[in-house]
Ligand binder design. Sequence first.
Ligand SMILES: [Zn+2]
Length: 191
Amino acid sequence: MPLPIGHALAGIAMRQARPALFFANRWHDALFFVFLANLPDADFLPGIIMGRPSLYHHGIFHSLGAALALAIVGGWIFCLNRKSYWATASGIFLVYYFHLLLDFFAMDFVAPYGLPLFWPFSSRYFIAADPVFINVTRSQHSHDFLASLFSGHNLNAALREILILGGLALAMALLRRRLEKKRRARQEREF
Ligand SMILES: [Zn+2]
C-alpha cells in the first residue's frame, strides 16, 4: 500500500480532470478528493481499536463491491444536494477504485497479500507481479503502530510516491491549464 501522501497526491491528480465535481469551493472540493482517495485505508481503524491494526486491512473495504456501494450512496447524497447523480457517483467510484489500483501496484509482505479487487464477483486476492511502489513497513500492534510508520524505509517509499504521483498531479494540472487556455481563446474568437 502506498502511504496517505501518495494516495492524497493521486486524489489531487484526479481532481484536475474534473474540478468542482463535488463542491464549488475549491478547497472543500480538493479536500473531498483527498478524503476519498484515502478512504479505503479506514479499514485500519477497527483493527487499531482491537489491538491488531492489520486485522481487517485489505479486506472488503478494498474491493469493487465497496467502491460500487459507496458510489451509489454517495451519488444519491450529492443528488439530494442538486448535483448530478451520475457524475458524482462515477467520480466517487473512480477515485476510490484508483486507490485499490495503486495498492495493487505496491509490494506487500503482510498476509493477505494483495487485495480482493473484484469481490463480491471473485474472492481472489490480486497483486502486481511487477510492483511500482515500495511496501510500507508497520507494526502489527496498535500501541506503536503510528510511530512505526516513521522509518527510513517508509521515507524512501514516500519519496518514490511523491515523485511518481506528484509528477502525475503536476502533469494533470499543466494539461488542464493548457486546455482551459485553448477553450478561452476559442471563446474569445467566437465573440
Ligand atoms: Zn489501501
